[in-house]
Design a protein. Structure first.
Lengths: 616, 587
């Protein structure tokens, strides 16, 4: 089973349910692992004055002589030695790459006016990729993909001897994995039935050279931010119904360097700031209710002001209070309006994951779209592109922007669907039938082999009405179908999808703010506990029209090649039919005693529990 | 000089995960690397106090009355405030109110650093507060401490803000109580599968109320100096072309443990441990992997070895690896006398005796008194009659060495006690926490836990004593006599052990007195039976072996002489040598 998840948070935070059995530090680790390393923000796109400081020199011409960067020098020297020395062996590698990830991370987690975590971390990791055999068939074929990479920790200081020594260790170790793995692959191929897609295992790409030179990170006042995080998280103290609340600031100053045996030498610096505010409560029936707000910026100076953030917190608390009191929605099948952000997540799950190139040749995959090239899969007024070279839409910074993918291929805009017709897939260097080359979408988190992944998925429409009219269009459709009400999905927390054959092809989008919009003019009614469900091909054809404004969902997407930052952008969409199911939830009661600080206002032992009794 | 063990680490994997993962993420800035903007972090500790005070005042009339037992400690105060509230009011319909609630907080400050080949790979400071809440429903005879009812873990704010602290404590208590309610029902259902025990053992021991608030400890580390020392230790690889891998690490830790329970116990105790480790490895020409992992562990920073001593010891470790590369392989099986130096003997005692004298209650429905090899050995002979074993956690020093296994109060709020474990060879006691065993209704102050993990009976300071200890010279003479008597050309002397009690430095001692280093051997049947029947003499040369990883413990053990053990060739694979040479130096 491979559910591919997208979440605004990047990792599960302090939910009531898990009660931090693994403690916040686990969460932190997941957060750190999720860091947008290789997927750097494009230097030339960071037009902000503050961000301009982050790059001083940018040499970008083929065959440029590498600078005196010690790490790069050590990588290139070791690559040359390995190519020469291992080239003399019987199972010589035909391709090798070294990627070194420098990560300088700061994570501040605040809760109720105090810091839970105040951490800075510096680390340098290396991934050594090796391919033995030839591009047609190598050790990474099929289930043996993991044999293509060994990873380790490199010295932090620029000590050329020590860096070279660890790279040598990793290379020798990787060679001892890759060579036997190739023999194993060859034997298995001989005894197994012929594969349907006989594409080679590795595509031929032009080497690239991009040296960014030293960078200066934008200013970050640690102490000032500790205090701001304390103040922001303290704003949740006013609300007795908010049971858990955290404010997280992650600042990532990263640089990846890559050299390949094909001659590529690429430096990708990146600097990104992400703030996640999360709050939850629990309804009397045990349903955990969650609100999440995320902000992405190229520097802390790009985050909203403290006043704006405090206003968001107040809105989150109000939403939670309303949700706690809202009725549970019944299963429903009928007209639905998705906000732009909800539609964006819908497309990421339903369509985006199924357009990832490697899924088209894996025989365990559902291959929903594999043979649909040239056919209509969406209404003709919709087009979909994945464009990692765009850094901003509708004034929002995109999380899925990068210059070069993790296989050293320049990022490229890919028009996957044009006017409803499927034209392309998101390709890494793993070819599939009819698509022999990468289109710059090979992505991974450090330590995992790259696969085709989404960057910034952008849905555009030619059949749109002003966004303000969308609600009326929903009511019109409800009346037309003779239904009492339609659903309006205002905000979502994320979603997941299953793409394998062993399980039904399905997806789920997890909405958090959903309204019943009545045909008879009654005011909209907030409901809770609904999940959008469905099967991909059917769901996509039921879009009637869209709004005229793009909305962005920034999140962290998890799949085989790990957690990568992504964006999805779409206009609001009206569906003729959408199915929702009741959400599975816990049946634990809300806390028995009143929250500390509210003992006087609510009577301990009677407060929320007695309300629970009414409900049952 | 001691090896690091992986064994205890696995037992306390949970605790290590919590702290270990946190250390991935958490740290204060690295000194001397010019990380300018981060430099502010350490200074941030000062304003914290002000925030806490302000919050206290802002709390005004809502603030609960101060608890004298807290001694003015804001964290204890917050714990006691929530404990009072939960004791008085925590109750759901159709679930009994708790009969017992405990809060334990470990405030951990760590310095972690690692270097390889002369360069630092990691260096960070971490601070983390981990809360563990146990709520017991039922009574001392039978309660909910089962399955999900064994407690909840959470992290606590680092600032001493009463509301923020209490919020986390409140939520965690609520979860723990609900889990306990369900656990008791599940346990009662499970017990129906077994016929009732005619002499049931209580689930939990009531213990005397203890109030002791000891001063807190803090980590005093010259981080950049230690970073440099680790780099210097690992730079030694330059003199050893055949050595494949060299690394060194430091883990210094200051932990303040806070404990309060609904019986009225309030304790605060602090502990520091300082651990350094050096790792070197190489392959022999036939591919056999050889390694040395000496470590140094002390409870006081002043006792850490000097840079010169560390460099000398590290160099010696590399020299012995080089010697091992040339050493002959043990080909033929040997049965005869083996002399264990104290540095090897302590591992034998820890693994064969230490792990079997901790009184862990068996699973529900199992009739044994305890688990492990001594489950049915109470009042039976488990060691030769000339040996006794004591666990004395109250011992702070031994022959001028600080003991990391020392403590005053255990992790269950019980005073540390001296326990005679084995008297003249006979097992007379188990080490106990608050989980009673048949014939052992009370704790003897050995319930210990790593941060965030479940307390379990554990060693403190374990001492092997003998009325009949002999000088190392006499032991050796005795062994030489055995060689003569047995007709073997040689006997074995083991200086230090690796994982699974396999010898790292093993010597053949010939009748004429000369020694020969060998490699590739393991002991066969080095077990509790051999300890009982083949251990014939001990030395008067006790060595302090401080161990960290999980809960810190100390083993104090002399040389051991066995009259017969089996030594045979290890069945290890001979890995391929590197496929190409290491990089040449650019210096």
């Amino acid at each position: 089973m491979k559910p591919f998840s997208l979440s605004a948070r990047g990792a599960r935070f302090f939910t009531m349910r898990n009660s931090l059995r693994q403690a916040g530090c686990w969460v932190l680790a997941a957060q750190l692992a999720a860091f947008p390393l290789a997927s750097s923000f494009a230097a030339e796109n960071d037009a902000k004055p503050g961000a301009a400081l982050t790059r001083s020199t940018a040499v970008d011409k083929p065959g440029a002589k590498p600078t005196a960067d010690v790490v790069m020098t050590a990588m290139q020297a070791e690559m040359a030695r390995a190519t020469k020395d291992l080239g003399k062996t019987d199972s010589r590698p035909y391709y090798m790459s070294y990627t070194v990830y420098d990560q300088n991370l700061t994570v501040l987690v605040g809760a109720y006016g105090s810091l839970l975590t105040d951490a800075s971390l510096k680390r340098r990791q290396a991934d050594v990729v090796m391919r033995v055999g030839d591009p047609k068939l190598d050790n990474t074929h099929g289930q043996s993909r993991a044999s293509g990479m060994s990873s380790g920790t490199l010295p932090l200081n620029d000590d050329q001897d020590a860096i070279a020594r660890v790279l040598w260790e990793l290379t020798d170790r990787e060679y001892k994995r890759a060579a036997p793995a190739f023999l194993d692959v060859r034997t298995k191929m001989a005894v197994r039935a012929e594969e349907e897609d006989k594409s080679p295992d590795f595509s031929k790409e032009a080497p690239a050279t991009h040296i960014s030179g030293p960078t200066i990170p934008p200013a970050f006042d640690h102490t000032a931010w500790e205090n701001e995080i304390r103040r922001l998280s303290g704003a949740f103290r006013k609300y007795p119904d908010v049971y858990t609340a955290t404010v997280v600031l992650q600042v990532a100053d990263s640089k990846s360097r890559m050299v390949t045996s094909e001659g590529s030498a690429i430096e990708s610096p990146s600097y990104s700031v992400r703030m996640v505010m999360e709050a939850s409560t629990r309804a009397d029936d045990g349903m955990d209710l969650l609100r999440v707000e995320t902000f992405q910026a190229p520097a802390v100076s790009g985050l909203p002001s403290e006043a704006e953030l405090t206003a968001k917190i107040s809105k989150m608390a109000d939403d939670l209070k309303a949700l706690k009191a809202a009725p549970v929605a019944e299963p429903y099948d009928g007209p639905a309006l998705l906000s732009g952000r909800a539609a964006a997540v819908f497309f990421h799950e339903v369509l985006g994951h199924r357009l990832e190139g490697h899924r088209q040749r894996d025989e365990d995959e559902g291959q929903t779209f594999t043979k649909k090239i040239g056919q209509a899969v969406l209404p003709t007024f919709l087009s979909v592109a994945d464009d990692p070279t765009t850094s901003q839409i509708a004034g929002v910074k995109l999380a899925g922007t990068y210059d070069y993918d993790n296989e050293g291929v320049p990022a490229r805009r890919v028009d996957v669907i044009k006017n409803g017709v499927l034209e392309n897939f998101l390709m890494s260097r793993m070819p599939i039938k009819g698509f022999e080359n990468s289109n710059g979408h090979g992505r991974n988190q450090p330590g995992l082999m790259a696969t085709g992944r989404q960057g910034n998925l952008i849905v555009t429409s030619t059949q749109s009405v002003p966004e303000a009219q969308m609600r009326q269009k929903l009511i019109d459709e409800v009346k037309k179908q003779g239904k009492p009400y339609g659903l309006y999905f205002d905000d979502i927390q994320g979603g997941f999808t299953l793409t394998t054959r062993s399980l039904p092809q399905a997806f789920q989008v997890l909405p958090v703010i959903v309204y019943k919009v009545y045909a008879d003019g009654r005011p909209d009614e907030l409901v809770r506990g609904v999940d959008i469900v469905g099967t991909p091909l059917a769901a996509l054809t039921r879009i009637l029209l869209t709004g005229d404004e793009q909305h962005v969902f920034n999140g962290v997407c998890g799949a085989e090649s790990g957690q990568v930052p992504v964006s999805a952008a779409a206009p609001a969409m009206l569906f003729s039919e959408m199915e929702v199911q009741k959400r599975q939830h816990s049946h634990d009661r809300p806390p028995i005693l009143a929250a500390p600080g509210f003992e006087m206002t609510a009577k301990d032992g009677q407060g929320s529990q007695s309300k629970g009794e009414v409900k049952q | 000089m001691k090896r690091m063990r992986a064994l205890t680490a696995t037992i306390f994997a949970a605790a290590l995960l919590v702290v270990g993962v946190a250390r991935l993420g958490a740290s204060t800035p690295v000194n001397g690397d010019g990380s300018n903007s981060r430099g502010a972090a350490t200074a941030a500790a000062i304003p914290l106090e002000r925030v806490a005070v302000a919050a206290n005042e802002a709390d005004g009339p809502d603030a609960a009355p101060a608890h004298p037992a807290a001694g003015g400690d804001a964290l204890l105060e917050a714990l006691l405030t929530e404990l009072d509230r939960s004791k008085a009011k925590l109750k759901m319909d159709q679930v009994q109110a708790p009969y017992y609630i405990e809060y334990r907080v470990n405030d951990v400050e760590d310095y972690d650093a690692e270097a390889a080949f002369g360069a630092l790979r990691e260096s960070q400071r971490v601070r983390l507060r981990i809360l563990r809440v146990v709520v017991r429903v039922g009574d001392y005879k039978q309660d909910s401490y089962f399955g999900q009812g064994t407690g909840e873990t959470n992290i606590l704010p680092l600032d001493n803000d009463p509301i923020a602290l209490r919020h986390q404590i409140w939520l965690t208590t609520d979860e723990a109580y609900k889990a306990a309610g369900q656990a008791l029902a599940e346990k009662q259902a499970e017990m129906k599968r077994f016929s009732p025990d005619p002499n049931p053992v209580d689930d939990f021991a009531k213990e005397p109320v203890l109030t002791t608030v000891a001063p807190t400890v803090a980590l005093k580390v010259d981080q950049s100096a230690w970073d440099k020392t680790l780099e210097d230790m690992t730079a030694l690889y330059r003199g050893y072309p055949e050595i494949q891998s060299v690394s060194a690490s430091a883990r210094f830790s200051a932990t303040n443990e806070y404990f309060v329970d609904s019986e009225g116990t309030v304790t605060r105790s602090g502990k520091t441990t300082y651990n350094l480790q050096f790792n070197g490895s190489a392959q022999a020409e036939d591919g056999m992997r050889l390694s040395r992992n000496p470590f140094w562990t002390v409870a006081r920073a002043e006792e850490l070895p000097s840079r010169e001593k560390l460099l000398a010891d590290s160099k010696q470790a590399l020299d012995t690896i080089m010697a091992l590369r040339k050493a002959p392989i043990v080909e033929e099986e040997y049965r005869g006398p083996v002399l264990f130096a104290p540095d090897a003997a302590d591992d034998v005692i820890a693994s064969l005796v230490g792990s079997n004298v901790v009184g862990r209650k068996p699973q529900l429905g199992r009739p044994n008194r305890t688990v492990g090899q001594f489950a049915t050995s109470y009042k039976q002979r488990v060691l030769p009659t000339f040996l006794s074993l004591i666990d004395d956690p109250t011992l702070k020093d031994f022959q001028g060495h600080s003991l990391v296994g020392n403590y005053d109060v255990d992790s269950e709020g019980v005073k540390a006690q001296t326990v005679n474990v084995v008297e003249n060879g006979v097992l007379s006691n188990y080490l106990l926490g608050r989980q009673p065993l048949r014939d052992f209704p009370a704790s003897n102050g050995h319930g210990r836990a790593g941060p965030g993990s479940l307390p379990a009976p554990s060693l403190g300071v374990l001492l092997l004593k003998s009325e009949d200890a002999q000088s190392p010279d006499d032991l050796r003479k005795k062994m030489m006599q055995m060689i003569k008597d047995s007709g073997n050309p040689y006997a074995y002397r083991v200086e230090t052990l690796g994982a699974g009690n396999s010898p790292r430095l093993l010597y053949r001692v010939y009748a004429d007195g000369h020694e020969e280093l060998v490699r590739g051997a393991v002991f066969n049947e080095l077990d509790t039976r051999a300890l009982r029947s083949n251990l014939v003499a001990v030395g008067n040369d006790p060595l302090v072996s401080n161990r960290t990883g999980g809960v810190p413990t100390t083993i104090i053990c002399p040389s051991l002489l066995f009259d017969e053990l089996e030594v045979k060739r290890a069945d290890t694979s001979k890995d391929k040598l590197p496929d190409y040479p290491p990089p040449p130096s650019q210096r």
